[in-house]
Ligand binder design. Sequence first.
Ligand SMILES: Cc1cc2nc3c(=O)[nH]c(=O)nc-3n(C[C@H](O)[C@H](O)[C@H](O)COP(=O)(O)OP(=O)(O)OC[C@H]3O[C@@H](n4cnc5c(N)ncnc54)[C@H](O)[C@@H]3O)c2cc1C
Length: 470
Amino acid sequence: MTTSSQSKSNFNTRVKDLQNQLPDLLISEDVDDLKNYGRDWTRFIEPKPCAVVFPRSTEEVQSLVRWAKDKQQALVPSGGRTGLSGGAVAADGELVVSLDKMRNIISFNADDRLLHVQAGVTTAAVHAAAVEQGLFYPVDFASSGSSQIGGNVATNAGGIRVLRYGLTREQVRGLTVVTGTGERLDLNQGLIKNATGYDLRHLMIGSEGTLGIITEVTLALVSPPPPLGVMLLGLTGIGDIMPVFNACRHAGRLTAFEFFTQACVEQVCAAHGLKAPLDEVCDCYVLLEFEQATEADEAQMLAAFEQVLEAGYVIDGVLSQSDSQAEELWRYREWISESISHRTPYKNDVSVRIAQVTEFLQSLDQLVTEHYPEFEVLWYGHIGDGNLHMNVLRPEAMSVHDFHSHSERLTDVVYGEVARYKGSISAEHGVGILKKDWLHHSRSDAERALFMHIKQVFDPSGIMNPGKVI
Ligand SMILES: Cc1cc2nc3c(=O)[nH]c(=O)nc-3n(C[C@H](O)[C@H](O)[C@H](O)COP(=O)(O)OP(=O)(O)OC[C@H]3O[C@@H](n4cnc5c(N)ncnc54)[C@H](O)[C@@H]3O)c2cc1C
């Protein structure tokens, strides 16, 4: 395996050999490209790939993987590099395989409602392609302008509408994958029903580039939702979230139920010059989106609002009166991550069962305050899915390196609590490098041993994203 201990000239020889073997393959050794393509949204690890390649077809990916297997050259599949676990980081002389030149929408079939795309198509381009067909692709989140569908599949991305439509997994009807042996697999091929043994498609979903490179994806599109209403509610405390959630989901069909604290609101307002969303300053907020096909839908949701207001769970609230106002309300939730990125936050993305999520959040918040009173912690997340994002902000005076070490110790505390609740240490961001050492909190010894066997079958040479997940 090529490692950083080898000289730069050795890398150059490798790259020259690759160029000779595959003369049509686009290769870059440009310093800026190495830096940009060698990392993802995480900023803790210094990128150090040997080169970046830009294949244009599944066949070219196959030739590349066969070459890499021959030369024992580690590969890092790279999508939009919006990942939050270091899965697309190349810090040890790996060759980055960018899907940036695989951005074709291959076909659409109206009877099947299936969209077949190359893996480098951005999530936002899939949204646009669905709209062009009068349909809808429901997986959505703040990074969808840059993230790629291959990256979404490789991380089984979730986002804001999981509550209504499920994760990326639910939308994937077919995959083309090149495994670590250079073999092409066309998995499931658009079928709804296919009871012919192991569904390898689902093994690839969430595999974070450790088993193969996803080159094409077939996605199921759905009917566009009816008009949507958005309500932002200010709550007296975290303990009141669940009664509000239950009242609202009885009142109508929710498409999102998000949560954030006052500290998050302050960050977004400061970063973007927004005014506070409500007259009252509240402990925490929920933002809910619901289907509003008829006036009765709105009336029922307003009745639920009155009910939780009277019960004292909610202090104040606002209901969108137009699409643009709905968008404005969403900003308080969608802009949090970007508003705090300059503080290099240490992120955790954990989940527990819905029934336990508020108790878990309260207990975790107390533990973190006890152990690390000097850290500013921001909580937000897809609470309707039992999923919380914990963001610890780096104190301005602390170096990124020192902060990272402190945060890892904090992570031990957090993941210990996750294990106690039988939750997941990564709800939707993947394991990557950052969470690898804590995988035992969510996966048993037997499961992790099976992971190793599976990896061995698909990637016997260990060239596919080594050092990630397991
Ligand atoms: C502001 C912000 C908000 C976000 N919100 C959410 C959210 O709400 N929900 C959520 O789930 N995620 C969220 N994310 C995380 C991220 O956007 C997702 O994980 C996304 O799916 C990553 O896609 P990508 O193309 O950027 O992948 P990358 O970051 O490039 O890669 C992620 C992993 O997938 C692998 N990979 C990439 N492409 C391929 C391929 N073609 N074949 C095989 N492996 C591949 C990489 O090796 C890596 O392990 C957010 C990120 C940001 C920055």
